[in-house]
Design a protein around this ligand. Structure first.
Ligand code: B12
Ligand code: SF4
Length: 415
């Protein structure tokens, strides 16, 4: 069978920091599915496959714009293309690293690669816009058996694949990343226990890619995978851990058997005494919760039901029991007033005083989300400011000076 190189394009490096450190589980799952069909597969993840260390200084979040990679940044990829000599290159990307992915695609063609396949979140959301650059675009999950088709045929165009039903059938191949030994330990312990999210938050693309039906892994298999990895710490990357109540609890019973400490994202409405207790028993040391705003109309647009006083109650309870709490907020909803912006910042501060860690982002209209529809879908193909920390984003109804002041204050409050 053929030789496939899967690529996660430069992103963290372009922003000169490691704030966005990621671990390409999606490519590792895709690699595993392709290997099972006898392909020779390697993964190039710029964060670690490019041996040039990423500088660790923090950029000014207020000015952030994602540049495209230059020739020097791409040289190590060029070496891999020469030595590995793949028949097909598959590139996985989100919206923020789309321009980087396109630069990598052009560079790869210059190195003689004849067939290019796109996949991941952005191509799944807006596949047609990727066709000029790629021969085939996979919409959906790379570990689905149908996703192998564009790697094994000359088929061109958009290929929609059905969602994986048995999430235990394919286990991520974590060993085929070039330079993978350079990942920090906490990233190596990343794991997924379920896919799909029944909520429909106005800013979120996840259900548009992975669906609203929750598909679960066997809790015992999750524990076995972590044991096999010898991971002592990590992150459960599920959209909303514990949304399938009994499954979340069963996973915790399994994780309680091993020395693994983890972080996860949970929905406010999914927090109750039993679950907090089980998360702690299972080794959870921090939960991240989306409150999104201190203002009801923006909470509603975000899809969040936030009963008054409930966040305070949850923070007191969790922090009191030794469970860290990160609270996500967003500023810059379309038409948000200065009074509302200040009200959210004041609310975030009050919760910080109770022991929570606020993390404030700027509203970003990711394709196919409700907010994207509101601000004018497809108004531009320039996604260089499509990151939550770029002040070029945001749609508040205030002057540029007021906005700058709000963003500066948000930076001071955020963890
Ligand atoms: C956990 C998480 C993070 C973690 C890191 C996770 C990691 N793995 O390293 C952190 C907190 C660091 C993070 C950061 C960011 N994230 Co994030 N993240 C997630 C979350 C919840 C899970 C990601 C994940 O690991 N998924 C599991 C894997 C298996 O899925 P996957 O990578 O998409 O891969 C599957 C398919 O897409 C496909 N596939 C992927 N690549 C390829 C390639 C080919 C060739 C093929 C055929 C198929 C294929 O097959 C895979 C297996 O089924 C997702 C939501 C979600 N449900 O995915 C948001 C999500 C991906 N993040 C999002 C965003 C916006 C960001 C940030 C830009 C936020 C910011 N700071 O501004 C950064 C960007 C980081 C970066 N360098 O790219 C958005 C992306 C929206 C968009 N349109 O681009 C999502 C969808 C959430 C949302 N709000 O909508 N994120
Ligand atoms: S933000 Fe979280 S809870 Fe809301 S739809 Fe996205 S994944 Fe689900």
């Amino acid at each position: 069978m053929g030789k496939v190189l899967l690529v996660k394009p430069p992103f963290g490096r372009l922003l000169q920091n490691r704030v966005y450190s990621t671990y390409p589980l999606g490519l590792m799952l895709t690699a595993s599915a392709l290997k099972a069909r006898d392909h020779e597969v390697a993964i190039y993840h710029d964060d670690v496959s490019n041996p040039d260390p990423i500088p660790s200084h923090h950029p000014d979040f207020q000015e952030m714009k994602v540049p495209v990679p230059d020739e020097k940044c791409l040289e190590p990829l060029g070496e891999v293309l020469t030595t590995f000599s793949p028949d097909v290159v598959g590139i996985g990307y989100c919206t923020s690293d789309r321009a980087s992915a396109h630069t990598v695609a052009a560079y790869t063609r210059e190195h003689g690669v004849k067939r290019l396949v796109a996949g991941g979140v952005h191509p799944s959301l807006l596949p047609d816009g990727e066709l000029g650059v790629f021969d085939a675009v996979v919409v959906g999950e790379g570990d689905s058996p149908e996703a192998a088709v564009p790697f094994e045929s000359k088929l061109r165009g958009v290929i929609e694949v059905s969602p994986v039903q048995d999430l235990d059938a394919v286990v991520a191949d974590r060993d085929c990343v070039i330079g993978g030994e350079r990942y920090p330990r906490y990233l190596k312990g990343m794991i997924q226990t379920q896919r799909g999210c029944p909520y429909n938050c106005g800013f979120c693309a996840a259900p548009k890619v992975f669906g609203t039906k929750v598909r679960r892994r066997d809790p015992g298999r999750v524990r076995e995978e972590i044991e096999h990895l010898r991971a002592r710490e990590g992150r459960i990357i599920d959209d909303s851990f514990g949304v399938a109540r009994e499954h979340g609890i069963a996973v915790c019973w399994e994780l309680a058997k091993i020395p693994y400490r983890w972080v996860c994202d949970v929905a406010l409405q999914d927090i109750d005494d039993e679950r907090v207790d089980m998360w702690l028993r299972g080794g959870c040391f921090q939960i991240n919760i989306g409150i999104e705003s201190g203002v009801e109309r923006w909470q509603k647009l975000s899809g969040k039901h936030v009963p008054p006083g409930r966040p305070e109650e949850v923070v007191r309870q969790c922090v009191g029991q030794g469970l860290g709490v990160v609270l996500y907020f967003m500023i810059g909803f379309p038409g948000e007033t200065l009074v509302e912006l200040r009200s959210t910042l004041a609310y975030a501060k009050r919760l910080r005083d109770l022991g929570a860690k606020p993390c404030i982002s700027i509203v970003t209209p990711y394709p196919r989300t409700e907010i994207w529809e509101m601000v004018g879908a497809g108004r531009s193909q320039d996604y260089s400011t499509y990151i939550h920390q770029s002040s070029g984003m945001g749609f508040a109804d205030c002057t540029p000076e007021e906005w700058a002041e709000v963003v500066a204050e948000a930076n001071r409050i955020s963890v």
